[in-house]
Ligand binder design. Structure first.
Ligand code: HDD
Length: 728
């Protein structure tokens, strides 16, 4: 098991981007308060008045400046992905990729490319909860030696729609309903499912959205995907297709739906806090960048279209090659300046990377600059420190709101002779970007390729690849979400769609909704047809996937051998056995976990030997949903108090319900016996049973710690949910 590396965020070497940001930073320590014009302020407590009780004078420039600036503090939030958190880091390459791409940062083994990453939810507003059932944004800005490359992806590898022209419809449907602005940060409402039920192309994405991927345990435990097929271009001008993946070294893990809903109340900033605290404590999140490369000649080799963003390339067909590692090692200094003002754009690419004709990607290429114009207030958003390239910018673009750069000289046009012809164009051999010369010979049409018409085979592949608990969670998620839909016809239409994915799934959800699966499911009418189109020409095609399952699609097969940064609750009261705390704590902390001592009241408890044991949280401020596992140390009086303490028993009940690892010193078994799962305690506490059921009790503290660590690393014991009715 990996040992935790303690490297504090502030001790990290300064990367080129952090260095570049330095001159823009302000630190007030030991300084006088000034106005924005630099005038020292003498009284920041009282406005200027005509007499002590008199009216305030218009002349008070200090008051006016302060209030005016305050009045203009807010900018529009992002239309989607409004809620997010960012961090700085670096990307390092494992091996040069010159065979495929000439991009400098993917070839130079000495390069350490600075990155800024922003994770987000999609639907909720800036202040909404982190634990909404939603897609998560995973946007990475690489500050390369050749300019900025943005990889603006999600934690799901496919998308709802195939053509960007449907994006405003999708977003209008998923955002709160326009009459009453309900619900916030959720997709469990009529407009969303109305749209989805009429858009069979969303079937695959809906399976991901209803899966546990939509409720991650942490931003640090999510995969990331570039979604579209992009192009790599090498020095010789040869192209290959590429899909980008981020693989988290901590594995891919999620919480339970009931838990997600609880966390939303207990700590709506759960993911934001988790990312911040992990980086502050030196448990730096890491991802490997993976690529799936398809030679250009193989473009038509698959039973799906590489240009269709509702399709993955299963890893069994094209393996993911891990080419480098990203480490996030520094929190921003200022949320607004860095995270909020970060402007990502899928169209920011560097030589060696290019687009494909994926119609979703093509539309995105317009949207991202356009949205920054309104959100950040004008065309100079690239000059905001977080968005600035680390290489100099020289061109003939001028002026506009909030221009920072002071361009010297008379000429701002090309060609020019007055400015010596500068700035000059770069040849491709000098690093100039030259678009890939794709051959185009086509009619100008508004159309969708027939190769985009299979909507169900990969949705089915996803379902078939899930473990039983994951399948149950999908059924429950559909039942919950559609259960919130008021319009029965919409629910019924969704059952029709589900029946084309998997009959068992459809009948389970139909049962929960009190509906019937149509005997012969009506072929869903694809409503995204042009006015003059013939409906029959737009029916989805039924294709069987060439694969029965794809292991990479199930979180069951993820990394489960480490507990770095996992949060463990110790439940204690006066009279606790300090030895029983310390032995377990030392073992967990040495594996990188974080331990919180939780007691009936704050400050400290007194151990059975009269020692003071500091307390981190009380039962009032803590909740089991904020922890990965629970331990109850020994000590007769402590155990007697906890057994009679409803909050302690509830803490354990909830942890059990959410399938978490639980351990108790043998002396503390009576606390477990006070819980609702007392009659479900394992018959024995052998290693095998503990690792199967996730509840460990022993008097041998070394053995207990060793097995508890293994159990925590397994993340959850979903089998406990059988027969899928666990009371709180
Ligand atoms: Fe988008 C933001 C990811 C389709 C239009 N998108 C945004 C962000 C992410 C994505 C991660 C937040 C970036 C940040 O943290 O600032 N978007 C995706 C992915 C898509 C996708 C993976 C499909 C594969 N997006 C998409 C389409 C359109 C947009 C089809 C429009 C045609 N997206 C936007 C936007 C946003 C945005 C309106 C809102 C804020 C922003 O750009 O900066 O332009």
């Amino acid at each position: 098991m990996a040992k935790q590396k303690i490297k504090q965020s502030k001790d990290q070497p300064v990367n080129k981007k952090i260095e570049e940001l330095e001159p823009d930073k302000e630190q007030s320590t030991g300084q006088f308060l000034t106005t924005n014009q630099g005038v020292k302020v003498n009284d920041d407590q009282n406005s200027l008045k005509g007499g002590e009780r008199g009216a305030t004078l218009l002349e008070d420039f200090i008051l006016r400046e302060k209030i005016t600036h305050f009045d203009h503090e807010r900018i529009p939030e992002r239309i989607v992905h409004a809620r997010g958190s960012g961090a700085h880091g670096v990307f390092k390459l494992y091996e040069p990729l010159d065979k495929y791409t000439k991009a400098h940062f993917l070839n130079d083994m000495t390069a350490e490319t600075p990155v800024f990453v922003r994770f987000s939810t999609v639907a909720g507003s800036r202040g909404s909860t982190d634990l909404a059932r939603d897609v998560r944004g995973f946007a990475v800005k690489f500050y390369t030696q050749e300019g900025i490359f943005d990889l603006v992806g999600n934690n799901m590898p496919v998308f709802f729609i195939q053509d960007a022209i449907k994006f405003p419809d999708l977003v209008h449907a998923v955002k709160p309903e326009p009459d009453n602005e309900i619900p916030q940060a959720a997709s469990a409402h009529d407009t969303f499912w109305d749209f989805i039920s009429l858009m069979p192309e969303s079937a695959h994405m809906i399976m991901w959205l209803m899966s546990d991927r939509a409720i991650p345990r942490s931003y640090r435990m999510m995969e990331g995907f570039g979604v579209h097929t992009f192009r790599f271009i090498n020095e010789k001008g040869e192209a290959s297709f590429v899909k980008f993946h981020w693989k988290p070294l901590l594995g891919v893990h999620s919480v339970a739906w009931d838990e997600a809903q609880n966390i939303s109340g207990k700590d709506p900033d759960f993911h934001r806090r988790d990312l911040w605290e992990a980086i502050e404590s030196g448990a730096f999140p890491e991802w490997e960048l993976g690529v799936q490369i398809v030679p250009e000649a193989d473009e038509f080799k698959f039973d799906f279209d590489l240009l269709d963003a509702t399709k993955i390339i299963p890893e069994e067909l094209v393996p993911v090659k891990r080419i480098g590692k990203m480490t996030l090692n520094r929190n921003p200094d200022n949320f607004f300046a860095e995270t909020e003002q970060a402007a990502f754009h899928v169209g920011h690419i560097v030589p060696g990377i290019d687009f494909t004709n994926d119609p979703l990607l093509q539309g995105r290429l317009f949207s991202y600059t356009d949205t920054q114009l309104i959100r950040l207030g004008g065309p100079n958003f690239h000059e905001i420190p977080i968005n600035r390239s680390i290489v100099p910018v020289h061109n003939n673009q001028r002026d506009g709101y909030m221009r920072q750069q002071i361009n010297k000289g008379k000429s701002s046009y090309n060609p020019n002779s007055l400015g010596n012809g500068d700035p000059i164009q770069a040849k491709a051999s000098e690093g100039g970007f030259a678009s890939y010369q794709e051959r185009i010979d086509a009619k100008k049409v508004r159309a969708r390729s027939k190769s985009f018409f299979d909507h169900f085979s990969q949705a089915r592949l996803f379902f078939n690849s899930q473990s039983d608990p994951e399948k149950n969670h999908l059924i429950d998620a559909f039942s919950f979400e559609l259960g919130k839909v008021k319009t029965v016809a919409v629910r019924q239409r969704m059952i029709g769609i589900l029946s084309l994915i998997d009959k068992g799934l459809a009948s389970e959800v139909a049962y929960a909704l009190g509906l019937k699966v149509p005997q012969k499911p009506e072929q869903p009418i694809n409503h995204s047809i042009p006015a003059d189109g013939n409906a029959a020409d737009y029916q989805p095609t039924q294709v069987e996937s060439s694969l029965a399952r794809s292991e990479a699609l199930s979180m069951k097969n993820t990394v489960k051998d480490r507990i770095i940064s996992r949060k463990i609750a110790f439940l204690v009261a006066d009279g606790v056995n300090a030895q029983s705390i310390n032995n377990m704590k030392t073992a967990l902390v040495s594996e990188g976990a974080v331990v919180h001592i939780i007691a009936p009241r704050l400050n400290a408890v007194v151990s059975m030997d009269g020692e003071e044991v500091p307390v981190d949280e009380s039962f009032l401020t803590a909740a089991s949903v904020l922890y990965d596992a629970v331990y109850v140390p020994g000590g007769t009086n402590s155990v007697a108090t906890l057994e009679a303490e409803a909050n302690a028993v509830h803490f354990l009940n909830e942890a059990f319900k959410h399938c978490k690892a639980i351990a108790a010193d043998e002396q503390a078994i009576q606390v477990l016996e006070a819980t609702y799962f007392a009659n479900k305690l394992p018959a024995d506490f052998s290693e095998e049973t503990i690792l199967a059921e996730g509840v460990a009790v022993s008097s041998d503290q070394k053995k207990l710690a060793r097995l508890f660590i293994k159990a925590i690393a397994l993340h959850r014991f979903w089998e406990r949910e059988k027969p899928r009715q666990v009371p709180a």
